[in-house]
Design a protein around this ligand. Sequence first.
Ligand code: SF4
Length: 374
Amino acid sequence: MTEHFRAEDIVPGEGATDADTAWRHDVRAGVRNWRDLDGLPLSPDERAATEAAAERHKVRVPKAYLDLIDWNDPADPIRLQVIPSSGELAEEEGELGDPISDHGFSPVQRLTHRHADRVLLFPTYQCAVYCRFCFRKESLTSIGRGYSREALEKAYAYIEAHPEIREVILTGGDPLSLPDRALAEIRTRIERIAHVRLLRVHTRVPVVLPSRVTGRLVEALQGRLMVTVVTHFNHPREITPATEQACRTLRHGGFVLLNQSVLLKGVNDSVEVLEELCRELMYRLGVKPYYLHHGDLVRGMAHRRTTIEEGQALAAALRTRLSGICNPVYVLDLPEGGGKVPLGSSYVESRDGPDWQFCGLDGKPRNYREIVGE
Ligand code: SF4
């Protein structure tokens, strides 16, 4: 099986339709490495930083995503997510190579077991796009390996030996950058483990390479297991007719769709942007906003991190503007495997026995007396 993600590696097979092959054009015509940036109208800062930044984190942008950039705007939110800049080269004391300790909780290669009922499985350390803010960028750079059946054998044996594991989360790297037959192979292998109930797929492919989401890809994931696809939209400009079609295809495949965003300074740190993003995710794509992540302490990302206080103010404003179904939970994934903790402000003002005082969403105090039967 392939070790490198290239359009040529994903063999569509007999009976393939145009849709099964159209996305290859998006890969080939996009930026495939930092040298391909040469022909783009980069700023002097971007051009000066490219080679050094690419050594720390690969550069790749499919054409569909590249086409969303407004090159007249140096602060274009799509551009800031994928084009290297000098900010990446500045590392601050306290920043980490493995900010949530994936490696510290890895009993066997390609697997992280941080919480009892679920594991992360890394079928590939390659992606369809390389996001400049990625919290796993050092693993992607240092490991960088693609899929092979053999590489996952120990991980499957580990899951088999741990009946408390109910959920397997395919992450990486981006699992949907794999060929359909690799995805089908992984899914059927996991399905043979009776105690696993849910397969989660964490992916940015529906955002950056939506043409890759084909009927065959959906079929590769359909089987005994409930499947949840967790997308990664960060800005409303990423929601296009193509991403809408990709999400529709996934929904019609019977998958539950959730979205995780990362709060990024200069990209989406405004209440108007986040409000529009969350509404369009739910109303247009049928994707429930799930988490809004505070920026992890990955090295070279201080220029994209907000303060927690700024994030809390945004989360509080979203709480008053959006319905529960459109509202993500603002979380921090703690270092050393401490898990995701909600950062939203508390609405409890005081308590005296059964008498509680809350701050309402309108900012006014509200009393609540607990009444509980014997
Ligand atoms: S697609 Fe995900 S894993 Fe890959 S670079 Fe982007 S954020 Fe990181």
